[in-house]
Design a protein around this ligand. Structure first.
Ligand code: HEC
Length: 173
């Protein structure tokens, strides 16, 4: 259209129509694009919310406990699933994988104490305590998770002893 202006515009009326159209048509196009884009958004939030929930799940699961209930130690498996699985299931950032002995190299041979110390202090890409807060996951529960994880990959570590100095906690198991 625009390349024909030279031929088509012969008076001010045509000029004003051309000027009007050159503003108005892009505006209509922009408006239609906005409608198109935001209508796409309306159908999506459901899935993206689900995806977000799935992403934050490992962290979110830590909050399910009833704070007023007597605190019972979580099993190694429960802690593993809530805190450690996000890295150790996939082997993210070079993490030794759950139940895949070949990814562990000589780690299990270093013994439980060394592995436990690595998790408590953090090692490489692994944050201290695997990123869990001490308020959510006690030292004892971390130890259980270490045993659960290491034993899945061929370790033969005994279940750690429950700490004795916790009067509120029910006797383990
Ligand atoms: C953010 C990811 C991440 C999380 C969460 C995580 N780890 Fe790790 N973990 C790693 C990585 C990466 C390594 C390898 C570190 C290295 O050797 O550089 C590792 C190494 C280990 C090792 C071997 C340590 C050693 O001395 O070689 C153990 C045991 C372990 N993790 C247990 C756990 C446990 C138990 C949890 C949960 C409480 C946990 N990890 C949570 C990433 C993670």
């Amino acid at each position: 259209m625009s390349e024909e202006h030279g031929n088509l515009i012969k008076n001010t009326k045509q000029l004003s129509i051309a000027v009007f159209a050159s503003f108005f048509i892009p505006l209509v196009i922009i408006f239609l694009l906005i409608v198109y884009v935001s209508s796409g958004k309306k159908t999506n939030p459901d899935t993206s919310e689900k995806a977000t929930l799935a992403l934050i799940k490992p962290v979110g699961q830590l909050n399910f406990r009833d704070a007023s209930a007597p605190r019972e130690a979580q099993s190694g498996e429960a802690v593993y699933k809530a805190v450690c699985a996000s890295c150790h299931n996939s082997g993210a950032a070079g993490a030794p994988k759950f139940a895949v002995a070949s990814t562990w190299g000589g780690r299990i041979g270093t013994g439980f104490d060394a592995l436990y110390a690595s998790v408590m202090k953090g090692k490489g890409a692994m944050p201290a305590r695997g990123g869990a807060s001490p308020a959510d996951v006690s030292d004892y529960e971390i130890a259980r998770a270490v045993v659960y994880l290491a034993n899945s990959a061929g370790g033969k570590f005994a279940e750690p002893k429950a700490p004795a100095e916790k009067p509120a906690a029910a006797p383990a198991k």
